[in-house]
Ligand binder design. Structure first.
Ligand SMILES: C[S@@+](CC[C@H](N)C(=O)[O-])C[C@H]1O[C@@H](n2cnc3c(N)ncnc32)[C@H](O)[C@@H]1O
Length: 272
């Protein structure tokens, strides 16, 4: 396919959330904006992101010696597949990405077919619901990505447990939340559209009340070391948090972020 045909196909597959480099001239996002950024309202309500810099820093910090060379990588809710492509570029030799929406997996497969700037073999993309992954007999992965999915699930604890149980070494969780300082380990119920391409498919959803909620869950799931990579406060008490966690203590020495002190969960239940 020549560049003009690629551009036409990229337009046909819009809206895109991930800016993915196909060749030196054609990037999926740059078809719509030369800088790879685009106001949400001009992109069917979908934010366009270019994840290279943030993902490179994370991988460098978690795997400082040889990036993802020879590692396996799982992306839950992979969308257009940008993180899978970068993981493969950084040396991962077994990469699996899945998303519940065909819209995104079509983009990921199209990009896989036409990406010329890095290897695209050993990457598998599937249309799949997170809750169906335990039936697939997937192997365990060194590094799991769980970005933008926690707050789209009707039972995020089961969802995170599914991803954690598939993880040998490091898990990255990024999620929207609400700021509830008086109960930061709790969650707040919400409802969302099931038809918007960026949302979940169950209507019922939950926001963590603070990073401590995700930290406590990850500790419970067997991740001994947890770092808060980023916490952003948005209007209307909304927050956005990114957290990285490792099964082994001391493992995240070079990873970005601040170590999170252990959360003390108190109970007001009286002893009988
Ligand atoms: C906010 S986007 C995040 C995309 C991507 N992970 C990222 O961080 O750029 C949410 C994604 O989750 C997917 N999704 C929602 N519910 C899902 C489920 N139950 N199983 C798998 N994917 C799901 C949506 O289709 C959408 O691609």
């Amino acid at each position: 396919m020549d560049n003009q045909a690629l551009i036409e196909k990229i337009r046909e597959l819009a809206p895109w959330h991930h800016d993915i480099e196909l060749n030196d001239e054609v990037h999926t996002g740059k078809v719509f904006s030369p800088t790879g950024t685009l106001p949400k309202q001009d992109n069917d309500g979908v934010t366009l992101i270019s994840p290279r810099v943030q993902f490179t820093n994370l991988v460098k910090g978690c795997y400082p010696d040889s990036m993802l060379e020879g590692k396996s990588f799982l992306d839950c809710a992979c969308n257009g597949g940008a993180y899978c492509f970068l993981a493969r570029e950084f040396g991962a030799n077994q990469v699996v990405g899945f998303d519940v929406r065909e819209h995104w997996i079509k983009q990921a497969k199209f990009a896989q077919e036409h990406r010329k700037t890095a290897p695209v073999d050993n990457i598998r993309f599937d249309v799949m619901d997170l809750y169906d992954t335990p039936k697939q007999n997937l192997p365990k992965f060194d590094f799991t990505y769980f970005s933008g999915i926690f707050y789209h699930l009707p039972d995020p604890i089961t969802g995170l447990k599914i991803a954690a149980d598939l993880t040998k070494d490091v898990i990255f969780v990024s999620t929207a939340g609400v700021n509830v300082p008086e109960n930061p380990t709790g969650m707040s119920m919400s409802r969302e559209s099931t038809t918007r391409v960026m949302s979940g498919v169950y209507e019922m959803s939950w926001f963590p009340n603070g990073p401590e909620c995700i930290q406590a869950l990850l500790n419970w799931l067997g991740f001994k070391e947890v770092k808060l990579v980023r916490l952003v406060e948005n209007p209307n008490n909304r927050i956005r948090m990114s957290i990285v966690a490792a099964r082994e203590e001391g493992r995240l020495e070079h990873a970005p972020g601040e170590l999170m002190p252990e959360v003390k969960i108190t109970t007001n239940r009286k002893k009988s």
